[in-house]
Design a protein around this ligand. Structure first.
Ligand code: DLZ
Length: 160
């Protein structure tokens, strides 16, 4: 999955319109909260930079990434949210649990977006080690929470 473009937050300004009146739900997994807390910080900082008002952002927590799709659905079904951002971190262990969680979460989040016709962003790190996750949550590989936020902003501008 590697590419020359490493950070979505450095993508073009295409589709980044005025989101100052848009509303965002953010669902955060409590599992690996050192990482997901950093992803949340990155997402919030980016939304602020894009002009999103604090009162237009609602943060909800779920126990683990497996619960992100349901959390996302509970927000997405509300007309009051224009976009939902899901933040999680699944780290490979000794069993196949990782594969089941990652597959279910990716598919589940995708389904919510398609069902409700609104951006539901997959801001979930799926790494082999905690260090790889930290590297992507404000470390040497940037902050994927920022990228999740900019993805939501760009998708809101899709029809413009
Ligand atoms: C159980 C579990 C394990 C082993 N690992 C992770 C993980 O690395 N990241 C994560 O977000 N959640 C993990 N979980 C919890 C599951 O996502 C879920 O909360 C439980 O299986 C209960 O449904």
């Amino acid at each position: 999955m590697a590419s020359n473009v490493k950070n979505l937050s450095e993508y073009s300004d295409r589709n980044t319109g005025d989101v100052s009146d848009k509303t965002f739900g953010i669902v955060v997994s409590e599992w690996n909260d050192q990482v997901t807390g950093a992803l949340l910080e990155g997402a919030l900082e980016t939304l602020k930079e894009q002009g999103v008002k604090k009162k237009n952002i609602r943060i909800k927590y779920v126990p683990g990434s497996f619960e992100l799709p349901l959390g996302a659905q509970l927000l997405a079904q509300q007309k009051s949210f224009d976009a939902v951002i899901c933040l999680g971190c699944v780290i490979q262990g000794e069993t196949r649990h990782f594969d089941f969680i990652c597959d279910a979460v990716a598919q589940g989040i995708c389904n919510v977006g398609l069902k409700y016709n609104k951006p539901v962003v997959f801001g979930v790190l799926t790494t082999n080690t905690l260090q790889q996750a930290l590297d992507r949550a404000g470390g040497k590989h940037g902050n994927k929470g920022e990228e999740a936020a900019i993805t939501a902003v760009k998708m809101l501008g899709f029809n413009n």
